[in-house]
Design a protein around this ligand. Sequence first.
Ligand SMILES: Cc1cc2nc3c(=O)[nH]c(=O)nc-3n(C[C@H](O)[C@H](O)[C@H](O)COP(=O)(O)OP(=O)(O)OC[C@H]3O[C@@H](n4cnc5c(N)ncnc54)[C@H](O)[C@@H]3O)c2cc1C
Length: 428
Amino acid sequence: MPSQKNDNASTTPHRKVRLYGRTDSAEAYELRDFLNRSVVQFDWVELTPGKDWAKQLGLPQLTDAQLPIVELPSGERLFRATVHDVAKHFGWIAQPQRSEYDLSIYGAGPAGLSAAVYGASEGLSTVLVEKEAVGGQAGTSSLIENYLGFPRGVSGAELAERARQQAVKFGAEILLLREGISAEFKNERIHVKTNECGEIIARANICATGVEYRRLNLPNEDRLLNRGVYYGAGAGEAQMCGGDHLFVVGGGNSAGQAVMNFSRYAAKVTMLIRGTSLSATLSHYLIDRITTARNVEVLYHTEVIGLDGESSLHQITIRNNQDGNEKTFGANRVFICIGGIPNTEWAKAVGIRRDSADYLVTGPDLLAQGNRPECWTRPRDPFYLETSVPGCFAAGDVRHNSVKRVASAVGEGAMAVAFVHRYLDEIQ
Ligand SMILES: Cc1cc2nc3c(=O)[nH]c(=O)nc-3n(C[C@H](O)[C@H](O)[C@H](O)COP(=O)(O)OP(=O)(O)OC[C@H]3O[C@@H](n4cnc5c(N)ncnc54)[C@H](O)[C@@H]3O)c2cc1C
């Protein structure tokens, strides 16, 4: 779903959503990102200096405090718009319909969406809770080329939107912009406290909360976040980068995809990796493209050590870890794709087993020399994707030793539902 830059603002109602804002606005970036990931067609209108935008928009005056502005297809305008406002206007903010579900799923990436499709299609009352946009990490991919059945590739947002429709068709409830905050297990139910929609109770649960991008942990990083410093592949931003020199940090497939996507629009893309080669971390098909692309350079043994700018990023400083040389470049966009940290803080509080990197341990990995963990309460071994709490399963990237692929996350989501049935039969 390509968004487009558009300088021709008008006061007449418009078919598509229009988003007006400044390029260095973090709030405008968050809206663009959300709309892109939600497959909403929109035009981005950059409020360039030197033009009478108030007049263009038919307003008596226009101040920064009113930005960003979202103009809905009806012509209605939302000033100082947030993701929540937009989702509300599209009718995407819902309350749980039931007091209790057979299955609650947290995280609507590929694993959670797959679990919702299989759970709901197999007759389980199913609720899927997602704190951001549907699609998870996959939803931020410009082109997934290794997912079965899509020989020409598919954008992550489109794949996720299809899965969302499929889950809804089978009757799954999807609660967007809701976050599972803490959990309690009692009377063979999981009670999850959420933001804004109270407690959700279910007989079984699948945690599919995936991972979040790791940070560089540099001074200024938080201040410049979404103001030139972005986490992830920025699939929707590529078209806005015409003529720029962009930097992508990381050597994995997500970074590689981002590099190739940006290289179609940017003057130059520099990929910064710490390792000595791409082959250890990147799929073969991407290595070929990156090393032959005319406007892509790869800097090995390299680390970002500085991010600078006032209201937005203006320069980055890098260091070569072999010779210690440091270099500073003018830069207005750097995309950081350096692997993830699992979203499992909630599990810590309820004593669910995690590994040393905080991924959820499941099934046979819970057994030590064939022995069940002390906390385990059933007269059987944990099912394959079951965590150390019976009836609570994990699927996808959040799981210890998972494969970190769309296909495996989808497979695990489906598989977890099969084990949910077995567990529910047990507690009948
Ligand atoms: C840019 C990019 C490109 C990629 N390209 C490919 C590719 O081409 N092929 C491939 O096979 N793999 C690719 N991957 C990897 C693939 O996307 C992941 O392996 C996959 O998305 C994992 O799915 P998941 O459902 O386990 O987790 P995620 O996709 O991480 O989804 C987890 C979801 O849980 C939500 N969440 C987190 N905490 C909570 C909470 N407390 N409450 C509610 N919701 C919560 C998050 O917002 C997120 O939406 C790519 C990844 C990235 C980042």
